[in-house]
Design a protein around this ligand. Structure first.
Ligand code: FAQ
Length: 312
């Protein structure tokens, strides 16, 4: 059996692939692309919510939001580390993000004008992220699968805190409920877009499924998300902004309207409402943090020299 067939046979037996194992170049490339874009999404994903930390309506809300945003930074770091095991260094990945070469999730290019958006992000965006990432705990590449286990536990907490923010608003004044509805109106369709293009237009899905990098297709996950989320909207007493949304008894799931794919590709290509602002914020933070990286490197060098002197 040649190397490629042997590799596929290992995948078919559900064995995990580890960093030092032989793997086809295109498997490695696909993983670097997906994991690094996932890492970038976590890091850029801190920005829309970070925007509300100083304006959270109570100390309890502020503590929870601060912890959530810190969790997202942690997820980005596990994911960069997982990508590094494939032979790409972090500086290259960051450079690709900062120069616009690498993508990050379209969802983080939308603005957060109201407090209800903190609820909608937790409920819908983390909800969609969980739907996509729980199956990734069984992805074929070991370090990515293991990183996902912890990420998913934390995302579940995020989803609940978002839902609870919206539940509180929905049980509050008319204005608060209207704020929650407006937020759902703005976040619903972008959340469905998080799952990527329809299967027929997804260039990577077939190969990624064969390698068990992806365990479900984009459309399968989107359908699961809609089916899980509609009953939650009913509990909140909110209306999902889709006139075509309808239970389909035969398929045992909801039918829903067509996504605006022109909007999706516009955002992916860098022309969404906040793309430029998000990228600028990341580049500025990276440049302002240069002295921290230099100081950490100098400290590490000094310690290394001291240890070498001790050994000598
Ligand atoms: N946005 O052939 P496919 C989070 C690109 S984490 C931008 O279907 P694939 C946590 C795709 O890259 C959210 N680009 O690609 C959080 C490809 O372009 P390329 C991120 C998108 O990889 C919560 C092209 O379109 N999650 O939210 C998008 O098989 C709250 C063709 O697409 C992950 O990254 C999009 N929505 O499937 C943080 C999960 N969709 O690379 C803060 C892991 C597609 O050839 C607050 N990733 N594209 O230039 C995945 O599961 C997959 O990569 C998909 C895309 C499903 C995203």
């Amino acid at each position: 059996m040649n190397l490629r067939d042997n590799f596929q046979a290992r995948i078919d037996r559900d064995e995990k692939i580890e960093p030092k194992d032989w793997m086809p170049d295109d498997y490695r490339k696909t993983l670097i692309r997906q994991i690094s874009q996932h890492a970038h999404s976590e890091i850029v994903g801190m920005l829309p919510e970070g925007n509300w930390i100083t304006r959270a309506p109570s100390l309890r809300r502020k503590a929870a939001l601060l912890a959530k945003v810190q969790d997202e930074a942690g997820h980005g770091l596990y994911l960069y580390s997982a990508a590094e095991t494939l032979g790409v260094d972090r500086a290259t990945m960051l450079d690709d993000l900062h120069t616009g070469k690498a993508k990050y999730s379209s969802i983080f290019n939308y603005p957060t004008p109201t407090w209800a958006d903190m609820g909608a992000i937790g409920w819908l965006v983390d909800g969609a992220a969980i739907m996509n990432q729980v199956p990734l705990c069984r992805t074929s590449y070991g370090p990515y699968a293991r990183a996902m286990v912890r990420v998913c536990k934390e995302e579940s907490f995020h989803q609940r805190q978002g839902f609870e923010i919206l539940l509180t608003l929905c049980r509050g004044s008319e204005e608060q409920k209207a704020m929650a509805q407006d937020s759902l109106n703005r976040w619903w369709w972008p959340s469905l877009m998080m799952f990527g293009p329809n299967d027929a237009d997804s260039k990577h899905t077939a190969q990624s499924m064969a390698w068990k990098i992806k365990r479900f297709t984009n459309d399968e996950l989107r359908q699961k998300f809609v089916d899980a989320t509609v009953p939650q909207a009913e509990i909140l007493g909110l209306t999902i902004p889709d006139p075509d949304l309808k239970w389909n008894e035969e398929k045992g799931g909801y039918d829903f309207g067509e996504i605006d794919w022109t909007e999706f590709w516009n955002v992916v290509k860098g022309n969404g409402p906040c793309n430029r602002e998000r990228l600028k914020a990341r580049v500025d933070a990276h440049e302002k943090g240069a002295w921290v990286r230099e100081a950490a490197m100098a400290y590490a060098e000094k310690r290394k020299k001291k240890q070498q002197q001790k050994v000598a």
